[in-house]
Design a protein around this ligand. Sequence first.
Ligand code: HAM
Length: 439
Amino acid sequence: MPKFSKRAKSIKIEKKAKMLFQSLKGMHDILPADQLWWDKVKKISQDIADFYNFSRIDTPILESAEIFEKSTGSATDIVEKQMYYIKSKGKDRLALRPEGTAGIVRAYFEHGLSRLSQPLKLYYFGPFFRYESPQAGRYRQFYQVGFEILGGENDPVYDAQIILAGYRLIEELKIKNLTVEINSLGCKNCRLIYRRKLQDYYRKLSVKICKDCRRRLSLNPLRLLDCKNENCQAIKTKAPIMLDNLCSACRNHFRLVLEYLDELNLSYILNPYLVRGLDYYNRTVFEFTAEKLKFSLGGGGRYDDLGEMLGAKKGSLPAIGNSLGVERLIEAMKERGIDVVPKSKTKVFLIQIGQPAKKRAFCLIEEFRKSGVKVLESLGRESLNSQLRIADKEGAAIALILGQREVFEDSIIIRDMKSGAQETVPLAKVVEEVRKRIR
Ligand code: HAM
């Protein structure tokens, strides 16, 4: 994730050679220097959730594998090729969650969340796992922030609101030139008719399509439109599209979604080939992309049949959601030079010399804490010079110096690190005095 300089790279390689263990392929540590970026994405996600009234939900990382097989789809890449299955001592078939939506629907029914005011708006932020070939923006452990609207009416306004929540989050992170690609996959009925038309079209060309697509033709024909093979891409351009085959209810639903987006002047591109890699979608599907990025930042769609796939009553849970890849958001911000360093506050460094001063300094830090002033220290060090050097390195504007004499006289020295000017003040007044100076 972080970009290393040549020297840093060579140090890293040297260290790697001596180390017994390293993080697993496609999994990464989030180092202290990167935490500011993560904090920023978390903060903006929380702000968006608060504004649009989404409550936080956290579901377990381990779920029954069947949940994903039944909802995400056993013939999808995510389940077929990328899911981490876990063997437990019992006979349970478990999986590390590859995505969040299925677990949230499970939790919705398990805890009777339909009793709460509907629709229920939920959001989450956490790690997900897919056994992929790692490359830029693609990891085996990655984080998503996601928003889901469950229950209530099957109203196109919620489709627009879910798209809006994701859009605003990316916008608030200052990632510009954002595009929403959108399509409708219709309902079970019109999709069935469309699937047949698609299969008829591709069957005639089956010798020209790739091996994977020949398999998709019977197993999961919509995924034919997603193939990256050059020949298949050319063939796709003449394939029938779902938008021409929507039933009137689905067409109306989609028209209204677009009208809501138009009301907001939120620009979108109709992409008739957008099918998404998960089987639970119906009607609206969408993805967020931004200029020059090789990957999508997020995506989502409507999943009115997911409840039924997990055993609930037919039509009992209209729902729509999105999720955004946190690493991808951060990479996009870094690539665009978007800065997240907070405005620097005046730093205060407390220096102590000798055992009685160390004890007094230890307590003084707590007095600063109570009044909300952060102080840096290096309590393990003894000498004035070494502590001054650290204060300087940390960029402290003020150093407080407490030696044996000061402890004896109940006083402390305040040193202006820039000018070197020093003043002695009573210890009882130092917090107040520092507050005045940093204001
Ligand atoms: P998804 O498109 O599979 O949808 O993933 C959503 C986002 O997660 C992607 O657009 C990408 O930013 C990020 N992502 C996915 N895989 C990886 C990876 N291997 N490495 C890094 N980032 C990745 C879902 O997961 C659905 N649950 C979205 C949804 C929510 N649909 C309805 N509600």
